[in-house]
Design a protein around this ligand. Structure first.
Ligand code: ADP
Ligand code: TRP
Length: 325
């Protein structure tokens, strides 16, 4: 039986269309592709704590989960639980902390990237040690497949290595997880052409009102090219965002309109506004019908099963390493 394990970060209480196309949609496509697999989705609040430390994790968790549900993530299909509800994550991470060497960890990409951007002595220790927590997230549940971006592949490989080492020393203990690198989604650009990001004020929120998103789309800068001239769609920010909402046939037609000339950016923007509204309003409506209690109910209901699986693993580990007497 395949068990796919995936996570969601709760670093924000808002969600933009870059998050939708970069994170939610690939998730839903993935479980469509593997109809027989079990899918575990956990709220990675212990990871998010490395950056969100003002208490807003609670609201972020409620909003993010509501958005996932509003986008169509089906709780019958996916087992959703809260990482911090399961002490096994911290327990197993500690064991891995003790068995892993500093020199090895310092070679991890994610950490090296951070050191590049921030002074090393200002980085939370939790960010340095998160590969161990991540290995615990995966190995506690006997996950067979872990979908991940290229940036996280090295961490899944670390989980696989550490699992192999423990199995070698202590006998069968962990299932070796397989990293699954999805299709490259690429970076979804924001309204200013840079990567869409909540820190850049170039986003379209999934909860924007029709008026808000209309204003944002109208403001997307376009090239000053005479109307009759052919235009390159790949140089146009309106196109780059609009195409996310188009079928491949519609995409071909739009590209041709660009290259034929006589394309009015105003017209394309008006069509795009209509399409984005059609896409967003059902999500926004669904979102507003989902209560905090509903989300809390799901997590509360699922915590015992997550704990049951995790604590069996912890018992086995504790026995073998000599904690349990
Ligand atoms: P932000 O950059 O707005 O802070 P996060 O880092 O919280 O976004 O990202 C959450 C998820 O959404 C990640 O899986 C990330 O890969 C995806 N994501 C965020 N922005 C984009 C984007 N512009 N294009 C594609 N995927 C994105
Ligand atoms: N560290 C991952 C990231 O920053 C998120 C993550 C935490 C994760 N635990 C995991 C991913 C377990 C896969 C499996 O994106």
């Amino acid at each position: 039986m395949q068990r796919i394990l995936t996570w969601l970060q709760v670093t924000s209480d808002q969600f933009h269309i870059g998050n939708y196309f970069g994170a939610v949609k690939p998730l839903m496509d993935m479980w469509d592709k593997h109809p027989d697999a079990e899918v575990f989705l956990f709220v990675a609040n212990m990871h998010s704590l490395t950056t969100v430390q003002d208490g807003s994790l609670r609201q972020n968790t409620l909003n993010t989960l509501k958005l996932y549900l509003a986008c169509g993530v089906d709780t019958e299909r996916v087992f959703i639980y809260n990482q911090a509800d399961v002490p096994g994550h911290a327990q197993l991470a500690w064991v891995f902390n003790c068995y892993t060497h500093m020199g090895f960890m310092e070679r991890m990409h994610a950490y090296k990237d951070k050191v590049g951007k921030q002074k090393a002595n200002e980085i939370p220790v939790g960010l340095f040690t998160y590969p161990m927590l991540m290995a615990a997230d995966i190995l506690l549940y006997d996950a067979t497949h872990v979908p991940t971006g290229k940036d996280q592949k090295q961490h899944v490989e670390y989980a696989r290595d550490v699992a192999g080492k423990f199995n070698h020393v202590f006998g069968e203990m962990f299932v070796l997880p397989e990293p699954v690198i999805g299709e490259e989604i690429g970076v979804i650009p924001g309204t200013d052409g840079r990567k869409m990001s909540k820190s850049k004020n170039n986003y379209i929120w999934l909860l924007d009102t029709d008026q808000e998103l209309t204003k944002k789309i109208k403001k997307i800068p376009t090239a000053a090219i005479a109307i009759h001239e052919p235009k390159d769609p790949d140089e146009c920010n309106v196109y780059k965002i609009f195409k996310l909402f188009l079928t491949s046939k519609e995409d071909v037609v739009l590209r041709k309109r660009y290259t034929d000339g006589w394309l009015s950016f105003g017209e394309v923007k008006a069509e795009m506004i209509e399409r984005v509204i059609d896409f967003i309003w059902p999500i926004r409506d669904n979102f507003h019908t989902i209560s905090d209690e509903h989300v809390i109910d799901i997590l509360t209901k699922n915590a015992p099963k997550a704990n049951e699986i995790a604590s069996k693993k912890i018992q086995d580990v504790y026995q073998k390493i000599g904690f349990s007497l």
